[in-house]
Design a binder for this molecule. Structure first.
Ligand code: ZN
Length: 428
């Protein structure tokens, strides 16, 4: 089976510019990339006209909640995959805080089987560090790896006990697997949802202090140093965390980190008030000073990748009010246009920088063969209309949920087609 993507604009890192290219896909792999000035023989092939569009390696999101099994009223593997494809993602990694928690080989295989049957995007499951994410007993790492888990995390909660985390890292290291950490010290965050700062003070709320995150980062980089494991920090949101990760990298500790679009674009100053739970996420929106620090961290390489932390919740759950509503926002379908509009259109980042943080860098950090447009690589390709400006309309999301604070925001750079292993899995 053969496919030609004609006249697309491909980012060239060495010239730091977009160049016209034709790309040929044969049997799911990239077979040729030639200059758009060349005439190619497309006889018998499927043809996609990408004239004027950006053609990028498929985006990779290493932090997504698919809610399946157990919470399929919010999302399931199929709807989450469709949502990912619409956002231009070709590979996503899903978090284990499902019901049951992904703490057995059986649940890992369920996720892999269901996503393979769907033939949409590639879904890579994480397994939990501790049974039921309760922080009491380690899961069977070897059998979870054998079943196809790509790393271990108790995302949604932090591992509170340092010895438990050290044991997890020691075991993961022996299996050459990464430990991915949700950093949150429970003793510092009881009963709060907003960050400690202007907003929490103004509204008389108990705030979540920055230290609740950074204490775990500090503890864990020391444990990573002691054990030699690849330690990856989830959704970095504070200045202190960035500082600790930067120091850890400087002394050679094997640490990597991720940040979400909302922590790069929004601060607690943007929260309109107390009546919209679409502004309630974990970690919470921090101060403008923290936003500046995570941006700088991403730009200087302290933070390696961008993830969405796509966290679907039903409208009923989010309507319960900020105190009772669950934490989290959806992110797959808005991530690229948000980042493109706020950082590339404004001239702060090159397009190449954004693409690298969403393709090549996640592939490097998690040792995936995807993430670049090269002959011989899997044909995971995203086509984006970078000229198209439209408002975010949550009612059009392919996710089962539409909990986003970005409804109505005018953004540029919307994906128009997503190709996985040479198959068009979504098109506008
Ligand atoms: Zn998460």
């Amino acid at each position: 089976m053969s496919l030609w993507i004609l006249n697309g604009k491909v980012w060239n890192e060495s010239s730091a510019s977009l160049e016209g290219k034709h790309i040929q896909v044969v049997d799911g792999k990239i077979a040729a990339i030639v200059d758009a000035s060349e005439t190619v023989n497309t006889e018998g092939a499927e043809v996609v006209d990408a004239q004027g569009k950006l053609v990028s390696p498929g985006f990779i999101d290493m932090h997504v909640h698919l809610r399946d099994p157990g919470f399929t009223h919010k999302e399931d593997i199929i709807t989450g995959s469709r949502s990912a494809a619409k956002g231009g993602f070709t590979t996503i990694a899903c978090m284990p805080n499902t019901r049951p928690v992904t703490d057995t080989a059986e649940t890992v295989r369920y996720i892999i089987d269901k996503s393979e049957e769907a033939q949409l995007v590639k879904v890579l499951p994480y397994a939990s560090i501790t049974k039921n994410e309760l922080g009491r007993e380690l899961t069977d790492f070897a059998s979870l790896k054998e079943a196809g888990a790509i790393g271990f995390t108790d995302d949604g909660v932090g591992v509170q006990n340092a010895q438990m985390m050290k044991d997890a890292m020691t075991l993961a290291k022996s299996l050459d697997m990464p430990v991915i950490a949700h950093c949150e010290d429970d003793s510092l965050v009881v009963g709060a949802w907003a960050s400690e700062g202007e907003f929490s003070r103004k509204h008389g709320l108990k705030g979540i202090p920055n230290e609740s995150e950074a204490i775990h980062v500090g503890r864990d980089v020391l444990l990573a140093e002691a054990t030699g494991v690849h330690y990856h920090v989830c959704h970095v949101s504070t200045e202190q965390s960035v500082r600790l990760i930067r120091l850890a990298k400087q002394v050679g500790i094997k640490v990597t980190a991720e940040v979400c679009p909302h922590h790069l674009i929004l601060s607690d100053e943007n929260i309109p008030g107390l009546d919209d739970a679409n502004w309630k996420m974990n970690p919470p929106l921090r101060t403008p000073r923290d936003v500046a620090a995570v941006l700088e961290g991403l730009e200087d390489g302290t933070i390696d990748i961008i993830v969405t932390d796509h966290a679907p919740h039903s409208a009923e759950e989010k309507a319960k009010g900020v105190d009772l509503a669950p934490f989290g926002i959806v992110g797959l379908e808005t991530a690229f246009p948000l980042l493109y509009t706020h950082f590339v259109e404004t001239g702060r980042w090159t397009l190449g920088f954004l693409l690298k943080r969403m393709t090549q860098d996640p592939a490097r950090v998690f040792r995936l063969e995807e993430g670049s447009l090269e002959v011989g690589k899997p044909a995971d390709i995203t086509i984006v209309d970078i000229e198209n400006e439209q408002a975010v309309d949550p009612s059009t999301f392919l996710s089962k949920s539409n909990n986003t604070p970005f409804g109505g925001w005018k953004l540029k750079g919307w994906p128009v087609a997503t190709i996985v292993n040479g198959n068009i899995v979504w098109t506008e």
